[in-house]
Design a protein around this ligand. Structure first.
Ligand SMILES: *[C@@H]1O[C@H](CO)[C@@H](O)[C@H](O)[C@H]1NC(C)=O
Ligand SMILES: *[C@@H]1O[C@H](CO)[C@@H](O)[C@H](O)[C@H]1NC(C)=O
Ligand SMILES: *[C@@H]1O[C@H](CO)[C@@H](O)[C@H](O)[C@H]1NC(C)=O
Ligand SMILES: *[C@@H]1O[C@H](CO)[C@@H](O)[C@H](O)[C@H]1NC(C)=O
Ligand SMILES: *[C@@H]1O[C@H](CO)[C@@H](O)[C@H](O)[C@H]1NC(C)=O
Ligand SMILES: *[C@@H]1O[C@H](CO)[C@@H](O)[C@H](O)[C@H]1NC(C)=O
Length: 632
């Protein structure tokens, strides 16, 4: 039935689709503004838990705690880029096994609200889009045939996996989201939304309940939603639910009321103080939402972690900002799965409206700690090419290329060129505007194996200004200029998603002359965690940053938090598992979560790659609690 036409006409004597009673069925009862589950009025109270942010061995623990908190559903985003590093190749194993996630939800007795993408946002690298969408002028989130061909190829792989998990087919999935806060994005392309709906129905059948989520103002809904599909909104504790839902009903007068993102916390970025939202404020507005018979999803309910390079970024009016590694989000269930005070306050409010949970709240996990782990300096990163890259990670070209042009996805790229003449002191190394994505460590090395390198400086594109470095030593013919560029995460929200490049984008000049003949090497830092590296040839005390540090650690297999406050900024690995970025000299995050689920042995190699300054103490601790709120 064509609800679009029906709502546009504002027709009051309308025929609603037949209500199915008796069999396993989930549907929208438009007329009575409610969902029907097996023919009975139903509303869900769900929580966001992103499978990509918690090791799969800990998924069940988190879901049992959700169930025990009184929730009847779990909501997750699909992260497209988590499943594909290379066009046409997909990974659905281990921590990427979404079918296992759905099975655990069903076994735990939770329904699933599936935000299937293609776009997710979520403070996740590029909002969940694969990096290769930036390769050939694809107009993101539009009817551009190039974009749609990428999207369709993905959905043709993904959506068939959901079919047996749909509620009507005996599984937990009750509703499926096809776009996310699209009203906040400039393209406003209804044909694109229609295309997605058609694609989703092609795979999931005509009866699947599809929805969109947007800010509640009608202006967002005009571009973000289709009147033919369920419209849901998002808002936090400071919004009056009556007003928000009234705006939704101005746009779509019928159907159940849903807040798809009721904020229990907020995103956190390097250099900003950690955001807290009080449990009491959450409970007060939650009570109002539930009293309206609305369905609600807590964003987030389970915190998690942006391991490796998965954290996203934002592009403000005049600065770029980057999300921290932790995605604890001040959630009722913390990053390490602890049930907090907020969890119990919310549980009490939920209990006023939903049947009480049949299970007890499980205990927090046991945490382990270890004081005073001494690390050994292994010298500058530049000497470790054997562990960092192989032939497929090397490219050469006359002028530098961006990561996207090189086909390098995430992390760090080393650019180097050797000088064909002498240069005097006090000259400038210059980059074009926005030519650094995002931060570059600059060195000069005198020999090919880089064992004698000198640190020259660091430039950062945070404020999007022309970047120049004054070099106050003379450079000789045959010296190398080495640039180690860090991609700090692609923008995940707003129109600037469209134009970003990572790595070095454009020509680099020295004393006004364009430097030519570059080697470009994708550094795979995780490779260093496979072994204890040999002692360096040159005294570690003379090694320039980036510096590699290692320790062999022995401790119980249990959740713990790496306190690397005596280090400044870099990346930490447990064996080859990348815990993510640390930036203790900025904060607010001071510890990195080391989940028990990533370890199989009591022994492991801890590797830190430090980019800012040599550590004086060369010491770390493992704590039994996190520190996420200390700005340096
Ligand atoms: C999901 O759980 C229900 C019971 O709640 C069961 O009937 C159904 O077979 C399960 N589905 C799957 C796919 O395991
Ligand atoms: C909520 O649902 C109950 C039961 O169907 C109904 O009696 C009540 O009027 C509804 N409240 C609102 C605010 O719609
Ligand atoms: C579980 O951990 C949370 C957060 O660390 C803490 O607030 C809470 O008191 C702990 N619960 C118990 C029973 O120790
Ligand atoms: C070397 O190349 C292969 C094939 O592309 C890749 O799978 C592997 O991870 C690379 N090794 C390192 C150290 O990055
Ligand atoms: C780099 O410099 C060369 C030589 O001046 C020029 O041909 C080329 O277009 C420049 N590339 C960019 C991206 O500006
Ligand atoms: C974290 O490490 C720093 C540096 O080693 C140390 O000074 C600090 O006391 C540690 N923090 C805690 C809470 O142990």
């Amino acid at each position: 039935m064509d609800l679009t036409k029906l709502f546009v006409l504002g027709c009051l004597t309308i025929t609603f689709p037949a209500i199915v009673i008796g069999e396993r069925n989930f549907q929208v009862d438009w007329e009575n503004n409610q969902f029907l589950k097996d023919g009975e009025p139903f509303r869900y109270v769900s929580g966001s838990f992103h499978y990509s942010r918690t090791p799969s061995s800990q998924w069940e623990d988190r879901m049992i705690k959700m169930k025990a908190g009184g929730l009847n559903a779990v909501q997750t985003y699909m992260m497209w880029n988590f499943h594909t590093q290379e066009e046409g190749k997909y990974d659905f194993t281990g921590d990427r096994d979404i079918e296992n996630f759905l099975q655990i939800a069903n076994d735990t007795g939770l329904l699933v609200v599936m935000r299937a993408g293609p776009y997710s946002c979520a403070e996740w690298e590029f909002g969940g889009f694969p990096w290769f969408l930036r390769q050939d002028d694809v107009i993101l989130r539009s009817s551009d045939p190039k974009y749609l061909s990428y999207v369709d190829a993905w959905l043709d792989v993904l959506l068939p996996k959901f079919e047996r998990f749909l509620y009507n087919n005996g599984g937990p999935i009750i509703t499926v989201q096809f776009e996310n806060e699209y009203g906040s994005y400039p393209t406003c392309d209804k044909a694109y939304l229609q295309h997605l709906v058609q694609k989703f129905r092609e795979h999931l059948g005509p009866d699947v309940v599809l929805f969109t989520t947007d800010g509640f103002y009608t202006s967002y809904l005009e571009c973000g939603a289709l009147k033919s599909e369920l419209v849901t909104v998002d808002f936090g504790t400071s919004t009056d639910p009556k007003e928000a839902f009234a705006d939704k009903q101005k746009f779509q007068p019928y159907g159940p009321l849903v807040n798809s993102e009721y904020y229990t916390g907020w995103l956190n970025q390097w250099g900003d103080s950690f955001t807290y939202i009080s449990a009491e404020d959450i409970a007060t507005t939650l009570d109002k939402i539930l009293a309206m018979n609305a369905s609600v999803n807590f964003y987030m309910y389970v915190g998690g972690t942006n391991f490796a390079y998965w954290s996203g970024a934002n592009s403000g009016d005049d600065e770029n900002t980057y999300d921290i590694t932790s995605y604890d989000y001040d959630s009722p269930i913390s990053e390490s799965g602890d049930t907090t005070w907020k969890y119990f306050v919310m549980k009490d409010t939920i209990a006023k409206y939903l049947p009480p949970p049949e299970i007890q709240v499980p205990d927090n996990s046991t945490k382990t700690s270890l004081k005073g782990v001494k690390l050994a300096s292994k010298g500058t990163l530049l000497i470790y090419f054997d562990y960092l890259a192989n032939a497929s990670d090397y490219q050469s070209a006359k002028y530098p290329k961006s990561m996207e042009e090189l086909g390098f996805d995430y992390g760090f790229v080393l650019y180097r060129t050797h000088l064909t003449k002498d240069y005097p002191e006090n000259i400038k190394l210059s980059f074009p505007l926005n030519g650094i994505g995002d931060r570059v460590t600059i060195l000069t090395a005198m020999s090919h194996n880089h064992s004698t390198a000198t640190y020259l400086g660091t430039l950062d594109n945070k404020y999007r200004q022309v970047q120049e470095l004054e070099i106050n030593i003379g450079l000789q013919k045959g010296y190398y200029i080495v640039l180690i560029c860090e991609n700090r995460g692609r923008v995940n929200y707003g129109g600037d998603m469209q134009n970003q490049h990572k790595g070095i984008d454009g020509n680099v000049t020295l004393n006004g002359e364009v430097l030519e003949d570059w080697d470009m090497i994708h550094l795979k830092l995780e490779g260093m965690g496979t072994t204890i590296l040999p002692p360096p040839d040159v005294p570690p005390s003379e090694a320039p940053v980036p510096i590699v540090y290692q320790a062999e650690v022995e401790m119980d297999i249990a959740d713990t938090f790496l306190n690397c406050t005596s280090f400044s900024r870099g990346v930490a690995m447990v064996d080859t598992f990348n815990l993510g970025r640390y930036w203790n000299s900025l904060g607010p995050q001071q510890t990195l979560y080391v989940p028990k689920g990533i370890r199989t042995s009591t022994k492991f190699i801890l590797t830190l790659v430090e980019f800012e300054e040599r550590s004086v103490e060369e010491m770390v601790d493992f704590l039994d609690y996190p520190i996420l709120n200390q700005l340096a």
